[in-house]
Design a protein around this ligand. Structure first.
Ligand code: G6P
Ligand code: MG
Length: 222
């Protein structure tokens, strides 16, 4: 059996992936830079500043800004985002997640949040999940964001668990890559078109069934 399941937050526990997109879209519109949902797939799981860099590269010609200007834009995006997450409540936990967490805990398997978001603790509080996880990776302390494995290995290291005993759950292309590179079992939530590199893929969170995830994990170990 696995000893730790590491959950991504945005797009797995709750639908803040949509709010991140809407906030970036608003900023990009103001800058006259076209971004759409297809492009947004490559922003998922990517840190605030790296996301901004990718958006500025979409301008023609690419926009070169000073660090100060970039901080102003990233701060503006975050303000839009904070406005959108204001209304988040426990009802905004995605379908299937509560049952999954409960089964996870009943099985005696540890849980962690592996998110690139500096807003993660605030969102977990709003969802009523502030005390649920055994560990929350501090995004500010991770030196290399997803697709680097550090976010996931940091969670395992904090709890003293071998990477091969871990499962990671992700909705992002970069996130699934990070889990794979950590040597962990990756569960993808989303479209085959983006997440075919996941060890096990489901199309939505309501299909995340604990027993099945464990079965797939064990199947791969053998
Ligand atoms: C997560 C989301 C990204 C977001 C990043 C940073 O990884 O998937 O879309 O850019 O966190 O979030 P933050 O709340 O710190 O701006
Ligand atoms: Mg995500």
């Amino acid at each position: 059996s696995p000893k730790l399941i590491i959950y991504d937050l945005d797009g797995v526990i709750t639908d803040t992936a949509e709010f991140h997109f809407l906030a970036w879209k608003k900023l990009a519109d103001e800058l006259g830079i076209p971004i759409d949902r297809h492009f947004n797939e490559q922003l998922k799981g990517i840190s605030r500043m790296d996301s901004l860099d990718r958006i500025l590269e979409q301008a023609s010609p690419p926009m070169k800004l000073s660090t100060e200007e970039k901080i102003e834009l990233a701060t503006r995006k975050n303000a839009y985002y904070l406005e959108l997450i204001e209304e988040i409540s426990p009802e905004h936990i995605l379908p299937g997640i509560k049952a999954l967490l409960q089964a996870n805990k009943e099985a005696g398997i540890k849980t962690a949040i592996g998110s690139a978001s500096k807003n993660a603790p605030r969102i977990l509080e709003k969802l009523g999940l502030g005390d649920t996880f055994d560990h929350i990776v501090d995004a500010a302390e991770v030196k290399k964001g997803k697709p680097d494995p550090e976010t996931f290995t940091a969670a395992a290291d904090a709890l003293g668990i071998a990477y091969t005993d871990c499962i990671g759950i992700e909705d992002a292309v970069a996130g699934v890559e990070a889990i794979n590179r950590a040597g962990m079992f990756s569960v993808g939530v989303g479209d085959k078109a983006h997440l075919s590199h996941a060890d096990y893929l489901v199309s939505a969170t309501n299909e995340l069934v604990f027993e099945e995830i464990i079965r797939r994990f064990q199947e791969k170990q053998n």
